[in-house]
Structures are given as structure tokens and as C-alpha cells.
Design a protein around this ligand. Structure first.
Ligand code: ASP
Length: 329
């Protein structure tokens, strides 16, 4: 009995020690070494560009280097799983987009739970997408593109960044809207997908302005429209897909920053403060605006702002995806 009590006391003591191992003093010292920012898509793509812009600014505000790590594949779910299982000490943070919500409907066996396995730092920015074709496509506008796709449906390929990626979601919605089922080619991010679009190996790609504006401006791809509800400042002459006849077509990519569940609150708060301070930086604001990204209002740059939004997005997309019978596994 005494022995049992003694053992219990030791275990209780160990537990208390473990809990207090990250007490206020440690939180105050945080971060005392570099922070890893996991991006679930390939380097050079839209999510990566956003993350690297933030990593530079957050390095300044945290006083420690923020290093971007690309953990890619399966539409972003491999990166999400990596972070869900990481030590919750604030040294692993995660940036992801709508895929955090859509993966719940797309994957029957998801190895993480977006609502239970993470803490939330805040929302970041919204980015519209553009529908692009390879430069040599003969179609000059959306109507001509749809006619071309219909006439060549067996030969056309549409690239995306895997099931769960927004390029996949946008591509699926587009095909549904025009009543076609095209051959899709999954990549580990839209950076390699864009390389192949530029090289003419694939025909069509839906991708975020954060990556596409430069190629549109250089005339290296054909632009068939933007996926926002209204025209965007970065491409004032480009019609929206809805305006060109695809009624109600709208895909806006939202981004959030996450931490593994049970990351101590003072640490999470420090990251939220660094995120908010970074999003106030004139350099960051200019860079993101130039890329077509719109920083979300400050009340959304909060844990609660992200949590509530993520839950609403899961509730919105899961039944739609399940009703469509689209599964990734
Ligand atoms: N955001 C892109 C997508 O989901 C992937 C990427 O960032 O490379 O399609």
C-alpha cells in the first residue's frame, strides 16, 4: 500500500514536473532556438511564397530565425500530419489553406483531426485564383477555352497539387461547371505544376495569383479569368469566371497558422502577436498586395478567428464533397 502510494506520488510528481517544465519562465524565454514553419506544398509555390514572406517578418518579431520546411504530398495532408504529431513546444508551426477543411470530406482515413489536433495562431490572408492555359492553347477567352476543351476532352490535361489542394478543388468545380471530366495530373505543389504548364506538358491549371501574376505579366501563359466574386486590383482587365458565364463560380483561398495541440498558451500568444505584427509591416503588406493577396482584418488574425472559420468551412464543405462522392483514399 505504502509502496503503491509512493509510486503514485512519484508519478504525480513527474507529471507536475512535466507540466511545469514549460512554465511562465520558459514561455518568456521562448523562442530560444530557430522555429520551423512547415509548408505542405513544394517550394516556390503560392503557400510557400506566403510562408517565406511571413518567415522573414516573424524572424524579426520573434528574435529567432524562422526556417521554412516543405513537407509535401497528398494535397497537404502529409505536412498537416507531421505537425499534428510534432512536439507542442512552439518550435513547429504550420501554414495551410482551405485544404485543412476540405481534407475532412475528401479523406475517409485522415491521420489527423483539424479541430482536435491543433492550436490556432490566426488567419493570414485571402488569395484569389486564376484559370490558366498553356501559351500555345488556341483559345483566347473562356468561351473559346470551353469549346476547345469539349472538342479535345480526351487529350487535355489539368494539373493540380493533389487531392485536398485548392488547385484540385478549383479544377473540380470548373469541370463540374462546364460538364466535363478531364484527365487530371497531381503534383506536390503548384510550383512544379506551373513549370510543366510553362513547358507545355500540361494544358490547364487553376492557381493562386501569388504564383501566377508574374507569368501572366510575362505573357507566358493564357489567362481565362479570375475566381473571385469581383475583378481584382492586380488584374483589372481580367473578367471573373462568373462574369464570363460560370454563374456563382467562386474560389478564394484562405490561409491559417497552426500549432500542435497542447502548445502552451503563452507560446501560442507570442506567435499570434508576432503574426499580427508581421502583417502590419509595410514591406509585408506591399509584397502581399502586389501578389494579389488580401490580408484579413485583425480580428481574424487570432486563434478564435481561425478556429471559428475553420469549423464553418468544415461544416460547409464536408457535406458538399461527400454528396459529390469525391474521395482521395
Ligand atoms: N496552394 C496550392 C494548391 O493548393 C499548392 C501550393 O501552394 O503549391 O494548389
Amino acid at each position: 500500500m505504502i509502496r503503491t502510494l509512493g509510486r503514485r506520488a512519484v508519478i504525480a510528481g513527474l507529471l507536475a514536473g512535466a507540466l511545469s517544465a514549460f512554465g511562465p519562465a520558459q514561455a518568456q524565454q521562448y523562442p530560444s532556438r530557430p522555429v520551423t514553419m512547415v509548408v505542405p506544398f513544394a517550394a516556390g509555390g503560392p503557400t510557400d511564397v506566403l510562408a517565406r514572406t511571413l518567415a522573414v517578418a516573424m524572424t524579426k518579431h520573434l528574435g529567432q530565425t524562422v526556417v521554412v520546411e516543405n513537407t509535401v504530398g497528398a494535397g497537404g495532408t502529409i505536412g498537416a500530419n507531421r505537425v499534428a504529431k510534432a512536439t507542442p513546444d512552439g518550435y513547429t508551426v504550420f501554414i495551410h489553406h482551405n485544404g485543412m477543411a476540405t481534407s475532412v470530406g475528401l479523406y475517409r482515413k485522415l491521420s489527423f483531426n483539424p479541430l482536435e489536433d491543433f492550436e490556432y495562431v490566426g488567419q493570414i490572408a485571402d488569395v484569389p485564383m486564376t484559370l490558366l492555359g498553356k501559351k500555345t492553347l488556341p483559345a483566347g477567352n473562356l468561351t473559346e477555352l470551353i469549346a476547345h476543351l469539349r472538342a479535345n476532352r480526351d487529350k487535355i490535361t489539368m494539373a493540380n497539387a493533389g487531392l485536398g489542394a485548392v488547385s484540385h478543388l478549383c479544377g473540380m468545380l470548373f469541370q463540374k461547371a462546364i460538364g466535363l471530366d478531364l484527365v487530371t495530373v497531381p503534383y506536390k505543389g503548384t510550383a512544379p505544376a506551373m513549370t510543366d504548364l510553362l513547358g507545355g506538358q500540361v494544358d490547364v491549371l487553376c492557381d493562386q495569383t501569388t504564383q501566377t501574376l508574374q507569368h501572366i505579366a510575362a505573357g507566358n501563359v493564357k489567362l481565362y479569368g479570375v475566381t473571385a466574386s469581383k475583378r481584382i486590383a492586380a488584374l483589372p482587365n481580367a473578367p471573373t469566371l462568373a462574369e464570363s458565364g460560370l454563374k456563382d463560380f467562386q474560389v478564394v483561398v484562405w490561409h491559417g497558422m497552426y500549432l500542435p495541440k497542447a502548445t502552451p498558451k503563452p507560446v501560442a500568444d507570442r506567435l499570434t502577436a508576432a503574426l499580427q505584427a508581421s502583417l502590419k509591416e509595410p514591406d509585408v503588406r506591399k509584397k502581399l498586395a502586389d501578389l494579389g493577396a488580401e490580408i484579413v482584418p485583425v480580428d481574424k488574425q487570432t486563434p478564435e478567428g481561425l478556429r471559428v472559420w475553420l469549423k464553418a468551412e468544415i461544416d460547409k464543405w464536408t457535406p458538399i464533397i461527400r454528396a459529390a462522392g469525391v474521395y482521395a483514399d
